[in-house]
Ligand binder design. Structure first.
Ligand code: PRX
Length: 637
């Protein structure tokens, strides 16, 4: 049942998972190391929501990712780390070495007063110590909240306050392409408004000067030296309840501040392992290269927990695809004989732009499976990926999923179930997608579209939003009765394949990253000269979606270029560079209904350059603003 090797296997597994979910997942879960077996496989109620998988079971996920492999895979590489600059030597950690480092750092955390259930914010670059820190938290039952290294001090402070995290793990700085990002100094700025943070552990990466605050800041290396010794006891894995929190990961929604998505120990482990093995058709000994950052869910699930629990070799890359040149990914594949490459459509589109010259002389013949994630892949990019990278012999898996789902929900399985360019295709066993119309009525049949919902829980489903369960209910379980609502629209073809058409809420997907329009608007509105703003997405050749901001400005400064620069700097400071608007149009008014609601549909059309089809404007308070906005449009058709 565990390994799906043929279409018939898939069909059988799918059938069983729907007819007898408890039997199915009970069998799958028996593949793991448990300290105590479960009493019940599944209990659920989407109304509350309350979802429990494997209740009563006790385990530690790091024993499944590390300890259980020591005997058979101890000397095999667990993590291969490739630094930003190819001139620098990389690092390989075998399972034995990784286990040791995790145990040591777990002991460091304990020495610094961390206890089970404490929240720890991790803000680091892509160094192996990021994976070590994450696993060390899991080892002792502390709840990690990894924050992507591109977020601003304000964003970190928001997340620290929300999670009431008293511990931070960071680096002096991070190398990213030609840039050197001063992570510790960003943390220092964040902590001005977070006096409850007791300890900051700083790993040395860039040798950027940092100010270490007495009594609060300690060096990673010095703390590790204190616990290292030939006879130190290896840190025992904390026995966790199946439903104890494993981590919090913040993600954007359509309203307000990012929410802390919570995943729990057992379900997350089972789901990431099962999907990793089956979607990519992982074989023992293979090298898996996921190009994401561990600051996002893709890195959590398919650099750290999924591959390590499967005993894979996981490549961790510190840099960016185009530094020092656009052949970086291909060099890495050649150098480490990568079997599975998992990346984002935005990276493929950007590399496509460099043509095939960067591929010359690179041996990509080790590749067996290609994957994409994060956004819909356009057919041109799909074919380029298949032909130039996969040499027309590697299946491509288009994996659709979300931070809230922990792992892949809809995807073909490499070489086992059929692929179709532009389609995520079929649901994983245990996943029951349905399409509904605005009223929540199921849309039956094929060649139909609707809002994508899921009928029943899979082991990796979100359990709550940290500190605010009601927010979880309202966001995901209240729009349609008894359904998990994904926020995505989809269509279903004549063979039951799903094509994801994009978000149906006010969430943008920029380079595969989720950004809430309300969040960007709030950041823009922080600028003293801004009266009001409205943000929408528009199609962008590389990023998938770009950010288009309409801004009413009343400052004394009237140079639009300078005003735009100031606004961009404000957004970078409040959220981070990833949320910077690509286009800013200054307007005198926004199209509002009589009740004051902004009609984004009109703004979207104008941002797309489709000025003729803005639709009915008669319900607007002042329809003439639309003509004015059209005249000033930065993207005229
Ligand atoms: O809109 C979907 C899009 O990314 C959203 C989830 O974003 P996030 O939680 O940041 O996780 C990204 C990595 C899993 C989804 O709601 N999305 C993700 N994968 C695909 C996709 N859209 C189309 N095709 C995909 N394969």
């Amino acid at each position: 049942m565990y390994h799906i090797r043929s279409l018939a296997d898939y069909q059988n597994a799918y059938k069983k998972s729907v007819e007898d979910p408890e039997g199915f997942w009970g069998e799958i879960a028996s593949q793991f190391v448990w300290k105590r077996k479960w009493d019940r496989v599944l209990e659920w109620n989407f109304k509350k929501p309350e979802i429990k998988w494997f209740s009563g079971a006790r385990l530690n996920i790091t024993e499944n990712c590390l300890d259980r492999h020591l005997e058979t895979l101890g000397d095999k590489p667990a993590i291969i780390w490739e630094p930003n600059n190819p001139a620098e030597k990389g690092k390989t950690l075998t399972y034995r070495e990784l286990h040791k480092q995790v145990c040591l750092f777990a002991a460091v955390l304990k020495n610094n007063g961390v206890k089970k259930g404490d929240r720890i914010c991790i803000y680091m670059g892509m160094v192996p110590e990021l994976a070590i820190a994450t696993l060390a938290c899991a080892r002792i039952g502390a709840i990690h909240s990894v924050v992507f290294g591109g977020f601003s001090a304000q964003s970190i402070a928001d997340r620290l306050q929300d999670a009431k995290a008293e511990f931070v793990i960071t680096c002096d700085g991070a190398f990213r392409g030609a840039k050197d990002i001063p992570l510790k100094s960003v943390i220092d700025d964040a902590l001005v408004s977070c006096p409850f943070v007791k300890t900051v552990i700083v790993f040395t990466r860039t040798r950027t000067p940092v100010s270490m605050i007495k009594g609060r800041d300690v060096w990673w290396e010095e703390e590790m030296a204190k616990v290292s010794g030939s006879d130190e006891p290896l840190c025992k894995a904390e026995e966790m309840d199946a439903e104890d929190m494993l981590f919090i990961l913040y993600t954007s929604g359509s309203t307000g501040k990012p929410k802390g998505v919570v995943h729990t120990c057992a379900g997350y482990m089972v789901w990431t392992n099962y999907t990793f093995k089956n979607v990519f058709q992982f074989e023992n000994g293979q090298v898996h290269f996921c190009t994401a950052d561990i600051g996002w869910i893709t890195g959590h699930s398919y650099i750290v927990y999924g591959p390590l629990s499967a005993g894979a070799t996981s490549v961790m890359f510190e840099g960016i695809p185009t530094y020092p040149d656009a052949g970086r990914f291909w060099d890495i594949i050649d150098k480490y004989k990568v079997d599975i490459l998992y990346t984002a459509p935005t990276a493929i589109r950007s590399l496509m732009g460099f043509g095939t010259a960067p591929l010359e002389g690179k041996d990509l013949s080790s590749l067996k499976v290609l994957g994409t994630v994060g956004e819909p892949i356009n057919e041109e990019a799909w074919h380029w990926y298949s032909h130039h990278i996969g040499k027309d012999k590697c299946p491509i898996v288009d994996t659709w999923w979300q931070t809230e789902t922990a792992g892949v929900l809809i995807s073909n399985m490499a070489g086992v179930t059929p692929s179709k360019p532009g389609y995520a295709t079929l649901p994983m066993p245990g996943v029951q997608p349905i399409l509904v119309d605005e009223n929540g009525k199921e849309v039956h049949g094929n060649n139909v579209s609707g809002n994508l919902c899921i009928k029943a829980p899979w082991p990796g489903i979100i359990r709550t939003t940290y500190g605010d369960h009601e927010r979880c209910r309202v966001n995901y379980f209240a729009t349609y009765e008894n359904l998990y609502f994904t926020g995505d629209g989809a269509m279903r073809d004549e063979n039951g394949n799903y094509r994801i058409t994009g978000r149906v809420d006010d969430v943008l997907n920029v380079s595969g990253h989720r950004i809430g329009t309300a969040e960007v608007e709030n950041a823009i509105n922080m600028h003293t000269g801004v009266v009001e703003s409205a943000v929408v997405g528009y199609p962008h050749d590389i990023k998938g979606q770009g950010i288009y901001a309409y801004v009413i400005f009343s400052g004394t400064n009237t140079d639009p270029e300078l005003m735009a620069k100031d606004i961009t700097a404000t957004v970078s400071r409040i959220i981070g560079a990833i949320a910077k608007p690509d286009r800013i149009q200054f307007v005198a008014g926004l199209p509002k209904t009589r009740s004051g609601k902004i009609m984004r549909r009109i703004l979207r059309k104008i941002a797309e350059g489709d000025l003729e089809n803005v639709g009915d404007t008669s319900t607007l308070l002042d329809p003439s603003v639309v003509d004015e906005i059209k005249k000033g449009s930065l993207k005229k058709s």
